[in-house]
Design a protein around this ligand. Structure first.
Ligand code: GLC
Length: 749
């Protein structure tokens, strides 16, 4: 789609005129010192307009934001060196053609091409929230690496990923794009994704620049409504929402993207505190910040700027280096500088940061090094990529229920595959797949049909739609179920019910899907439910009554194959929830990091004058870290190296894990901690470490964790990160609500 529309935008006028660009050669990457010298030399030659040109980013025809009201002739601007980067242009053919135009500018500064490669470029991986459920950092890194290989082979230099926003409100549609509710898990995953996209050092032609977004605290939008205000204490900001960004920066993320929300009244795009004090100051960040789509100009409707010009002035002063699609810098910054309202030193700093990345990518030495048609064709058809996608999808599946060991499916004679997502393909890709070929996706039905032996008959009925109240398909679905030995019911959301600008006030399973489940359950046949969605959903009837429940998220290109692997037990599910699943939307915002309060519920049902609801338990439907297996694990032999620590010392905590079942399986051993008394009330549990191990039946392994002072620390009221003397409860478990072993550690004064 995009390439043809982009072609209409550019190619028609260009094919005859495009220079015969040099073929992609193996350019030797310049050294850091030489880069700074070359930037200095270039800056001296640049006019003010050319400098501001580097700060502008525009979209190709495929837009991922509100329609731009830009007036300028984009092609002319590119030729005149007034554009630094394009987004939403993909493929060697189109990127080469446009790059050739940029190289006609006076100083021949190459463009950066960027795209939202969030969970795959051509090969689609599970949505990031699904990948987070794998708790498998190596698989997550490999997924980002495969996405980078494909994108880099197609002329893309830069992805707007990883999204590292902590999300504790499943009404907010963008929870699908992050790594869930927990800061520690989210920080580990942020690092894995940055390294996956960029490699250990930027500049390889199988790597692209990462972008840590959305800076910051975007996931805490009031009422779960996208683009809304964020109000929170500094302590929450530093303790919960900033660490994944710091992890991304420490992993070398080449860029950051700011966010649409205000933080305590100040739009992030105009926040000196976030972008200059914290990011470029305390963290000494040397990359550059791109604004989110139009967020500079959006400071006007926020009531934080009188005009686009004032917005540009505030954004530059606050540290927003590149303007995505506001056209604010392009139209107002030169005048602001001339009037002394914008500091040319800040313009130079922003330009330097952007040019530095173009040099590091080797684009000045060979602007076409990412644009090799032969390589694009080869890489995009690499069969290894679909194997990686299948592996990632299998690892993302979470087994929520498995009553009477209904799963794995025995060699059934007849399987009824029912539901609105049973044959779905596009839905399995989820949101944020910009122009991938979603016709090549394996549906659950096709995955099962491929896997089932020749003695098994697969029967299909849709039953109902995802949304809407028509029950017209129920009768046929019931008949199909009656004729089968087992029902596999595929329900959930459509791909476009989560993602950006997809907040929902009601996160129950949409439409009449749960009624369809009840009609099928009434046949007396075992019903296995496979849920696919971009967020935690509420489905209490299914949770209470289904014989088995799998959460598949949106599993990507090989989703149907991977789900069949799990359903048949070819792969024993080891996924663990990265987000809490509420019983009711009224419990939101909800996470496992609850506080004891002054009136804790100590006995179930004893809620009189206690911190409790009168119409629902405080506990979620499924807890953070929950996930079953086709086998069982025994936790034993807890050993703490010493009962107390002097300041600065470390201890080790170990236990043995035994596979006490009949299937090889993976367990995520989770280490939680509680600071029992401190200068600020601490949560009942905080995840401080985890290890994912594979055990054969009967196998025992010793797992060891190191308890460092850092694991005991928190931000106190003076915002100092420090551990306070006192007692700490240490917990090892299979889920945040499934603690198997406990111990106590004292930090000495
Ligand atoms: C969108 C999103 C951001 C994305 C950008 C470019 O509005 O907020 O995550 O990277 O625009 O598509």
């Amino acid at each position: 789609m995009l390439s043809s529309t982009t072609k209409s935008l550019f190619l028609a006028a260009l094919l005859l005129t495009a220079g015969s660009p040099a073929t992609a050669q193996k350019a030797k990457l310049p050294t850091a010192a030489s880069i700074e010298q070359r930037i200095d030399a270039l800056l001296q030659q640049m006019t003010l307009e050319e400098k501001i040109g580097q700060l502008n980013q525009y979209s190709g025809r495929e837009v991922t934001g509100p329609a731009s009201n830009r007036k300028n002739d984009l092609l002319n601007s590119i030729r005149n060196g007034q554009v630094g980067s394009m987004l939403n242009v993909k493929g060697v053919a189109d990127t080469r053609t446009i790059q050739a135009e940029a190289l006609k500018s006076r100083l021949k500064i190459p463009l950066l091409f960027s795209l939202d490669v969030i969970h795959g470029y051509q090969t689609v991986f599970p949505i990031p929230l699904g990948e987070a459920a794998s708790w498998d950092l190596a698989a997550i890194r490999e997924s980002a690496h495969v996405a980078a290989r494909e994108a880099a082979a197609s002329g893309i230099h830069w992805t707007f990923a990883p999204m590292v926003d902590i999300g504790r409100d499943p009404r907010w549609g963008r929870v699908m794009e992050g790594a869930g509710e927990d800061t520690y898990l989210g920080s580990q995953i942020a690092r894995a994704r940055v390294l996956g996209f960029q490699g250990e050092k930027l500049g390889g032609t199988d790597a692209i620049m990462a972008c840590a977004k959305h800076f910051a605290a975007y996931g805490a939008a009031l009422a779960g409504r996208d683009y809304n205000a964020v109000d929170m204490s500094e302590q929450q900001l530093w303790e919960v929402y900033l660490p994944p960004f710091k992890a991304a920066a420490d992993a070398g993320a080449a860029t950051f993207m700011n966010s649409f929300n205000t933080l305590n009244g100040v739009p992030a795009t105009g926040s000196n505190y976030l972008q200059r004090d914290i990011l470029k100051g305390q963290w000494n960040y040397q990359g550059f910040v791109v604004s989110d789509w139009g967020s500079i100009a959006e400071m006007v409707p926020w009531g934080y700027a009188q005009s686009k010009s004032e917005a540009a002035q505030k954004a530059l002063a606050a540290g927003s280096d590149m303007d995505m699609e506001s056209d604010a810098y392009h139209t107002t910054l030169a005048q602001l500088v001339k009037e002394g309202k914008a500091d040319i030193k800040l313009v130079d700093d922003a330009v330097r940061r952007i040019l530095r990345k173009k040099f590091e990518l080797g684009l000045f030495d060979d602007p076409y090094r990412f644009s090799d048609l032969k390589r694009e064709k080869k890489v995009l058809n690499d069969p290894q990529h679909r194997l990686a996608a299948r592996d990632a999808a299998r690892k993302s599946v979470v087994l929520l229920e498995n009553r009477n060991n209904t799963l794995p499916l025995a060699q059934q004679r007849t399987i009824a595959v029912i539901g609105p997502l049973a044959k779905a393909k596009r839905d399995l890709a989820g949101s944020w797949i910009v122009l991938a070929d979603t016709t090549q996706i394996t549906s659950l039905h096709d995955g099962l049909a491929k896997r089932a032996g020749k003695n098994t008959q697969i029967r299909y009925a849709k039953g109902c739609e995802v949304q809407g109240d028509s029950r017209a398909g129920f009768a046929q679905a019931v008949e199909t179920a009656k004729a089968a030995d087992v029902v596999v019911l595929a329900v959930g959301e459509t791909w476009d019910m989560s993602g950006e600008a997809k907040s929902r006030t009601d996160i129950r399973l949409p439409g009449v899907q749960e009624e369809l489940f009840q009609a099928l359950k009434a046949t007396g046949k075992p019903v296995v439910v496979v849920l696919m969605a971009g967020r935690p959903l509420i489905f209490n009837t299914i949770a209470d009554q289904a014989d088995a429940v799998l959460y598949g998220w949106f599993p990507g290109s090989e989703g149907g194959t991977a789900l069949a692997d799990v359903l048949y037990g070819d792969y024993n599910p080891g996924g663990k929830l990265p987000s809490t699943f509420p019983r009711a939307v009224g419990q939101i915002p909800i996470s496992y990091q609850q506080y004891n309060t002054g009136r804790p519920v100590t006995k179930p049902g004893d809620i009189r004058y206690k911190s409790a609801y009168i119409d629902a338990p405080n506990t979620p439907r499924y807890a953070f870290g929950h996930g079953l297996s086709y086998t069982t694990f025994k936790y034993d032999n807890l050993k703490l190296s010493q009962p107390s620590l002097a300041a600065g010392q470390t201890a080790t905590l170990q236990c043995t894990i035994t596979n006490t079942g009949k299937a090889t399986g993976e367990e995520v051993v989770q280490l939680y901690l509680r600071d029992l008394v401190a200068s600020v009330a601490r949560p009942l549990k905080e995840l401080k470490d985890f290890q994912k191990i594979m055990l054969k039946p009967g196998e025992t392994r010793t797992v060891t964790f190191t308890i460092t002072p850092d694991k005991l620390a928190f931000y106190n009221r003076q915002l100092q990160w420090q551990a306070e003397p006192g007692d700490f409860q240490l917990m090892l478990g299979s889920a945040s609500d499934d603690i198997r072993l406990e111990s106590k550690l004292t930090l000495l004064p």
